[in-house]
Ligand binder design. Structure first.
Ligand code: FAD
Length: 318
């Protein structure tokens, strides 16, 4: 079922959902299932599965020279979506990115998803490869998420690339897109970021999931800006409980976000990671409660590979 159908069937009740990462290459899928199982009691109507593109690594060649290779450390997004759906009977939302895909490869991936009975896609551009510094599309790939959304919308109308027949089957993907309460790091200002977000919705995105944030005022202001700009689709806040002291620097560096002083100071002064984790959990629970009271349609949690802290937050709320 589509994410938007789940949201409208909830009739005002806030839903619970989360995102998982495919296991590292060579790891057993059982580890992933064991991470998901404890969260099922909170009845997630859908689970997101991230997409990880290749990275460049340098390996020693037998001739002694260093060789530049591409490695995908977390493959398997499409297969995992199907496996989760089969095993737990929960809808899945594969993330699909522009990076590393030609338009034809994108179409093939979408056809696979359609044949597997997957109804949703979160359409993203993807981050630049670390060594490249800026996003470089494939020669025949998309440069921005809006163009990927356009391609999925075309398939939803039965318009395939290089179409050879007229009686094509239309896919029916529900398309999600990313939003940034603290603006995307490449955007010169909030206004530009908002214009591009509106463009993604105009091209077919039916709901927005936000980057994680730790200050609800940032979300409320973002939501207000969206509504004033005429964006009417549901906006789902993305949250993550802070669980270690090192995340005080890692999260802002990786996700270009601000941590409120009150939270950062408390975690900084915490004697150890166990105390920091407790502070992070309580912060996330309070943030979630306020967002629920505000009437958000769903709370979406970033697991970053571990579900125990999300389980504790969900147990306090759902
Ligand atoms: P876009 O919407 O294309 O925006 C990218 C930048 O270009 C922004 O600065 C925007 O303002 C600007 N822009 C947009 N359209 C135009 C245009 N037409 N002309 C000029 N400028 C434009 N990454 C992964 O690799 N895998 C994942 O699974 C993944 N999951 C994510 C899930 C969520 C909920 C979020 C918030 C992010 C996720 N990301 C993931 C990270 C995401 O890919 C990066 O943040 C990426 O840098 C931007 O992706 P986007 O889809 O927001 O890009």
């Amino acid at each position: 079922m589509k994410v938007t159908e789940h949201l409208s069937r909830a009739e005002g009740k806030t839903l619970f959902s989360f995102e998982v990462l495919p296991p590292k290459k060579g790891e057993n899928i059982q580890t992933l299932f064991s991470n998901i199982e404890p969260l099922l009691e909170f009845k997630p109507p859908f689970i997101d599965v991230t997409y990880h593109r290749e990275e460049y690594v340098y390996r020693q060649h037998p001739n002694g020279l260093l060789e530049k290779k591409t490695v995908r450390r977390r493959p398997g997004t499409v297969g995992i979506c199907a496996a989760i759906k089969n095993r737990f009977d929960v809808d899945t939302v594969p993330h699909l990115i522009c990076g590393g895909f030609s338009k034809e490869e994108t179409e093939n991936a979408l056809i696979d998803l359609h044949f597997l009975g997957i109804d949703n896609v979160l359409a993203l551009r993807g981050d630049p490869i670390k060594s490249e510094g800026r996003f470089v599309p494939e020669p025949d790939g998309h440069s921005y998420a809006c163009d990927l959304i356009g391609q999925i919308s075309d398939l939803n109308k039965g318009e395939y690339l290089d179409q050879e027949q007229d009686d094509t089957w239309a896919t029916g993907f529900c398309i999600g897109t990313a939003g940034y309460p603290e603006k995307h790091f490449e955007s010169p200002n909030y206004g530009a970021d908002l214009r591009y977000l509106k463009h993604k919705v105009d091209r077919g995105a039916e709901y927005i999931v936000t980057q994680m944030f730790f200050d609800n005022e940032q979300f409320f202001a973002f939501e207000r800006r969206c509504r004033q700009a005429g964006i009417t689709v549901p906006i789902i806040p993305g949250l993550k409980p802070l669980t270690t002291k090192s995340q005080l620097t890692m999260l802002p560096r990786s996700f270009y976000l601000n941590l409120p002083e009150e939270l950062a100071d408390a975690v900084h002064l915490a004697p150890d990671n166990a105390a920091a984790r407790q502070i992070g959990l309580e912060w996330c629970i309070n943030q979630s409660r306020e967002l629920m009271a505000h009437g958000v349609p769903c709370l979406h949690y970033y697991s970053m590979g571990k579900s125990d802290s999300i389980r504790q937050v969900a147990a306090a709320l759902f």
